[in-house]
Design a protein around this ligand. Structure first.
Ligand SMILES: C[S@@+](CC[C@H](N)C(=O)[O-])C[C@H]1O[C@@H](n2cnc3c(N)ncnc32)[C@H](O)[C@@H]1O
Length: 215
């Protein structure tokens, strides 16, 4: 009887250990370059998502600037957030992505979970005009990609929290230039920013503004 109990105990411990190894290796697999590259390659992008080229540009900007605290305004299903999230994971930083649509926020969170980025990227549900003021601390990276007419409003809410040396990126600045004229005039003429308009991808025949906050 004693021997039988001991055997059951050994089997249980072995099973728990084996299960633990499976869970651990599953978690590790989600974070592997191979898995993430495939996930990004097969991502079901919609017209809302950033292009592959723009998303890679964002990741490179995060990594090359060594950004530690970022904000994305407008998450959609999380294509940009995943790409920037990989960059923030490498810099040891964190990204907050803000989304007004509850369904998109859920899809974004699910996608982040699938690639093991849920601890690096936080999706905050709600109107960015209301959630931006609730974000505490300083930020060194911003990607604005929600309502085009409101880019200036988003920037003005973020600006008091921007560190000198911060990078601010605006999406769709060529095709929606008229809708965001106040934003473009400001970042291109303010003595506090160096700004360039780039086209990292031909996919949407559009472009991004990249601004460096000098002071
Ligand atoms: C162009 S998509 C974002 C694409 C995403 N940045 C990407 O890289 O895949 C714009 C998103 O902004 C969201 N949005 C619109 N107004 C918003 C607001 N006031 N606050 C937060 N999100 C908003 C929309 O629901 C939509 O999902």
């Amino acid at each position: 009887m004693k021997c039988c109990r001991l055997l059951i105990l050994v089997v249980c411990i072995t099973l728990i250990g084996f299960n633990g190894i499976l869970v651990y290796s599953g978690e590790q697999n989600k974070k592997s370059d191979e898995f993430r590259n495939e996930f990004v390659k097969n991502f079901r992008r919609t017209g809302l998502n950033t292009t592959v080229g723009d998303a890679m540009m964002l990741r490179i900007l995060v990594e090359s600037s060594g950004a530690k605290r970022g904000i994305e305004v407008g998450s959609a299903s999380g294509f940009g957030a995943i790409n920037m999230g990989i960059g923030f994971e490498r810099t040891g930083g964190h990204l907050y992505t803000l989304e007004i649509d509850p369904r998109s926020a859920k899809v974004c969170r699910d996608n982040l979970q699938k690639v093991g980025l849920e601890n690096t990227v936080t999706c905050i549900e709600g109107d960015a005009l209301k959630t931006l003021p609730t974000l505490e601390g300083e930020f060194d990276f911003v990607f604005i990609d929600a309502v085009k007419q409101d880019y200036m409003k988003y920037l003005k809410l973020i600006e008091p929290k921007l560190k000198p040396g911060a990078v601010v990126v605006g999406d769709n600045v060529i095709r929606s230039a008229r809708a965001m004229k106040d934003f473009l005039d400001y970042i291109q003429n303010s003595p506090d920013y160096d700004t360039v308009i780039i086209r990292a991808s031909m996919e949407k025949k559009d472009g991004m503004s990249i601004s460096y906050k000098i002071r």
